[in-house]
Design a binder for this molecule. Structure first.
Ligand SMILES: NC(=O)c1ccc[n+]([C@@H]2O[C@H](COP(=O)([O-])OP(=O)(O)OC[C@H]3O[C@@H](n4cnc5c(N)ncnc54)[C@H](OP(=O)(O)O)[C@@H]3O)[C@@H](O)[C@H]2O)c1
Length: 270
């Protein structure tokens, strides 16, 4: 199926590694021009080199930008730079690192604030800053879409991940509200909820649980796999394929949904 993405320009946040970088790779393979961002100049440049190597795309199809998504000025600057470099922005992927693990008595008020800045406010501020660009695109007859990366914890809270459980639920409320408001303008807004997927973040999560509980890392990861219907951990590419479809004009009648990509780990009916 042709996803009809070859004229698109995407801004993918949190893309020096993991799920964001995998989505950028897939979008480039579909012919998009893509701006990727992260906090770290060296890491984002390395990601750009990796993407060019992996996809064979021309270097002027990828822009590597430094932007801390908890900083509103950084966000505004990065989106402006993307639009001036590529002429427009019609696709936005909101993403960042995940918050630390912890139980109620371990988490300070500052940690709560930081997690909400990292995973909730960043999503809201990226969307606010991208909307004028997306509106310009739909006014010119182009497709426009926002995809927010959250977590399976938005559907089924994870006991050790209070910070994620709370921030992701907020993102779901924001996404649904925004999809209602901008639908008439032709902009789709969806969330995608990764289950356990092999990335740096997952390795840090198993190491942190190992430090807190003493349970061996292999056992922790085997436990995650055993809880899913497919009995395995997912790959970045599987996640990126579903994300790319949701961003494409082929998913043009899908908005306000929360798609779980978790190998059947969430046990609810809907
Ligand atoms: N992998 C999973 O199994 C899984 C499951 C459920 C939910 N998730 C969630 O999905 C998201 C992505 O996960 P991942 O596994 O891809 O994580 P990852 O491999 O750790 O990648 C996170 C990316 O976000 C960037 N980043 C972190 N903080 C940032 C900030 N303030 N501003 C801009 N960029 C920032 C990092 O780059 P720099 O360090 O270079 O800034 C990196 O490129 C996370 O929120 C995670 O909690 C992942």
């Amino acid at each position: 199926m042709d996803l009809r993405l070859s004229d698109s320009v995407a801004f993918v946040a949190g893309a020096s590694s993991g799920l964001g970088r995998a989505i950028a790779r897939q979008l480039l393979m579909e012919g998009c021009r893509v701006a990727i961002c992260s906090r770290n100049r060296e890491r984002i440049n390395a990601a750009k080199d990796w993407l060019i190597d992996q996809t064979g795309c021309s270097s002027d199809h990828v822009a590597a930008l430094t932007c801390d998504v908890t900083n509103e000025d950084d966000i505004a600057g990065a989106l402006e730079e993307t639009a001036s470099r590529f002429g427009s922005v019609n696709l936005l992927v909101t993403n960042a690192g995940g918050p630390p693990t912890g139980q109620i008595d371990d988490i300070t008020a500052d940690a709560w604030r930081s997690a909400l800045e990292l995973n909730l406010m960043s999503t809201i501020n990226l969307s606010r800053a991208a909307l004028p660009h997306l509106r310009k695109a739909t006014t010119a007859g182009e497709h426009a879409s926002i995809l927010m990366i959250t977590s399976l914890s938005a559907k089924q809270p994870i006991p050790s991940l209070y910070l994620s459980n709370v921030a992701r639920a907020g993102v779901q409320g924001f996404a649904k509200s925004l999809s209602e408001e901008v639908g008439a303008e032709g902009i789709t807004v969806n969330t995608i909820l990764p289950g356990y997927t092999k990335t740096d973040r997952l390795s840090h999560l198993s190491e942190s649980l190992n430090e807190r509980t003493g349970q061996p890392i292999e056992e922790i990861e085997a436990g995650w796999a055993a809880n899913s219907a497919l009995k395995r951990i997912g790959t970045e590419d599987e996640f990126a394929a579903a994300s790319t479809f949701l961003l494409s004009p082929r998913a043009g009648f899908i908005t306000g949904v929360a798609l779980v990509v978790d190998g059947g780990a969430v046990k609810s009916l809907l």
